[in-house]
Design a protein around this ligand. Structure first.
Ligand code: ATP
Ligand code: MG
Length: 244
């Protein structure tokens, strides 16, 4: 690993970049994932590389959705696996959600590697290898999901999802929680809860909220969910980018 001094003003950003590079070297992340990372960094820079208040609200609403769900699934792709494996396992534990490996550029080999990587970080029962369900409206490879995972979930957290798939999942009637640094992306715009924040900050913060809400009753969770305004969240992020 390159030596990055912690005092470097962009320490977090450089560390994140290095994790993605290592993910590619280990066969977890696709080369396309490098491009996605670059796009994300540009938006993160414009957002001030911090969790803005509207994103914190979104993370709290997402935690409430996950806790309230009948069957919540956290979708993991190559970037998520490289950036936040432990953090994803912790969020699943705090919310009772399942984890499913689901790749835009799907290969069985990469799915296996990511499952093993998550297992090494404490995951159990990771889904994604069966691929016996389909998302309607997408071509064959892009449509694959596990029938007892994303296929039957009522709430799905999709970090860094491609816009087409995000729209198709929303069209299936699933409550979609999307982590994406670009408030203008179709992924963010099709989400019930757009979380405009870096995945590496968003996931641990959702876990903190979930732990804090662990004993909350149904009506408390519902009021958090109901008072969240997706349009306002998108507008607040765009505002921060335009007028920092
Ligand atoms: P679409 O409008 O179809 O959604 P897109 O620009 O989102 O297009 P992609 O390149 O598929 O297309 O998506 C990558 C997305 O992931 C970008 O919006 C980028 O901001 C986001 N992203 C990349 N890295 C991170 C990260 N670490 N945390 C959160 N979002 C990220
Ligand atoms: Mg997108």
């Amino acid at each position: 690993a390159p030596e990055i001094p912690e005092s470097h003003p962009r320490y977090e950003s450089l560390l994140t970049r290095h994790r993605i590079e290592a993910g590619v070297d280990r066969g977890l992340t696709s080369r396309q994932g490098l491009i996605a990372q670059g796009r994300g960094e540009a938006f993160d820079y414009l957002l001030g590389e911090e969790t803005i208040p509207s994103a914190d609200d979104a993370e709290r609403a997402a935690a409430a959705h996950l806790l309230r769900a009948d069957h919540a699934v956290l979708s993991v792709n190559g970037n998520v696996a490289a950036l936040a494996p432990e953090e994803t396992v912790a969020l699943a534990a705090a919310t009772g959600a399942d984890i499913e490996v689901n790749l835009f550029n799907r290969t069985d080999e990469r799915i296996e590697r990511i499952v093993e990587h998550l297992n090494a970080h404490g995951a159990e029962g990771v889904k994604g290898t069966t691929a016996d369900g389909r998302i309607p409206g997408l071509d064959h490879e892009r449509a694959k999901v596990d029938a007892d995972g994303i296929g039957s979930a009522d709430v799905v957290l999709v970090p860094l999802e491609d816009g087409d798939r995000a729209e198709a999942l929303a069209a299936m009637g699933k409550t979609e929680l999307v982590v994406d640094l670009n408030p203008m992306s179709r992924s963010a715009r099709s989400a019930a809860v757009p979380i405009i924040d870096n995945l590496i900050r968003a996931v641990p913060n959702m876990t903190d909220h979930a732990r804090e809400l662990a004993d909350a009753d149904e009506s408390t969770l519902s009021s958090i969910v109901d008072s969240f305004d997706r349009e306002a969240a998108l507008a607040a992020a765009e505002e921060r980018i335009r007028a920092p």
